[in-house]
Design a protein around this ligand. Structure first.
Ligand code: PSU
Ligand code: MN
Length: 302
């Protein structure tokens, strides 16, 4: 048994990498049954793919399909990305491949591990995982944070998911040595809200500055977070959000969920409690992050 990783590239991604062209990695949890409800999941996928292509880059959705690690998914397999999945964080990848999981949906941490291995420098998602509320007791801190620190890939997100403990998430990112760069903002965005009111140490609105920051950090073999707020017109009304969040957290507690099940359950409960308003904000921020990621990938390549 040789020790090596077998990556399956879509034809589009293989061609882009061979030509040293711009590529943007995307996760597959958000479009699976663990992420957005149908048919918003299909819309999220198509809007993200189109946004990356329109900005001149090639999208590389990462996923485990029939036990193989895909970097970019050919159109004939796109439908599978909307189906029932097992959640695959970075540590689950070797098991998902060895046991030939039908559809392992990659989280941020798994996508970053795969992107780094494939030589892709930019990754877009919606909102990263982070330190959960109550983490002082549960120790529940998303593997996303360590993966962002460790892998030489720039992550573009609308900050971290709003149901997390955002001050502790920022502290943890600092501890891990992750630069958090506000893109056109100087406070940490809160996923479907434009701001958490938590100030960021670093920000820029200049693409050439962002490119130099990313190139420098990736040069150290490490990653960083680019925090890109949801477009103002698409942000979820703050009162609707806060009310939905309270109900979602109560639901999670009542159901007694823990571990990897927390994020999908709370996001689903916020969608229900906000009458679907969180879903349209989620679609807009995913697309917006894909655009910025593609612009960054194109500029990095120059
Ligand atoms: N978006 C969703 N549902 C999810 C996630 C995103 O609608 O489950 C995923 C992301 O892929 C993120 C992960 O990386 O949740 C974080 O999960 P955890 O808190 O278990 O680390
Ligand atoms: Mn967790």
């Amino acid at each position: 048994m040789s020790v090596s990783l077998d990556l399956v590239f879509s034809s589009e991604v293989a061609a882009a990498i061979a030509a040293d062209g711009p590529v943007v990695a995307l996760e597959s949890t958000v479009t699976s049954n663990l992420g957005l409800p149908a048919p918003a999941n299909a819309e999220a996928l198509q809007r993200s793919l189109a946004a990356v292509r329109e900005a001149g880059a090639v999208p590389a959705v990462t996923a485990i399909l029939d036990g193989r690690i895909h970097v970019g998914v050919d159109e004939s397999d796109e439908e599978r990305l909307l189906g029932t999945a097992a959640k695959v964080a970075e540590r689950d990848i070797p098991v998902a491949t060895a046991q030939s999981w039908t559809f392992g949906a990659t989280t941020v941490s798994a996508s970053l591990a795969i992107a780094a291995h494939a030589g892709i420098s930019v990754f877009a998602t919606g909102g990263i995982g982070g330190v959960h509320r109550g983490a002082a007791d549960t120790f529940d801190v998303s593997a996303d944070l360590g993966a962002i620190a460790r892998h030489p890939v720039a992550t573009i997100s609308a900050g971290a998911k709003s149901f997390l403990d955002l001050p502790k998430t920022l502290e943890q990112l600092e501890t891990l040595g992750v630069p958090v760069i506000g893109w056109n903002c100087d406070e940490l965005p809160a996923f479907t809200a434009r701001t958490s009111r938590l100030p960021l140490t670093h920000h820029t609105d200049q693409l050439d500055t962002l490119v130099r920051i990313v190139a420098s950090q990736l040069g150290f073999g490490r990653g960083l977070l680019v925090a890109n707020p949801v477009p103002a017109d698409d942000a979820l009304d703050q009162d609707v959000h806060d009310d939905a969040l309270q109900r979602a957290l109560a639901e999670a507690e009542r159901r007694g969920v823990s571990g990897p099940s927390v994020t999908p359950l709370v996001l689903g409960a916020i969608a229900d409690a906000s009458g679907g308003a969180s879903v349209s904000a989620n679609l807009a921020l995913l697309e917006n992050n894909a655009v910025v990621a593609a612009e960054l990938a194109v500029a990095l390549q120059k």
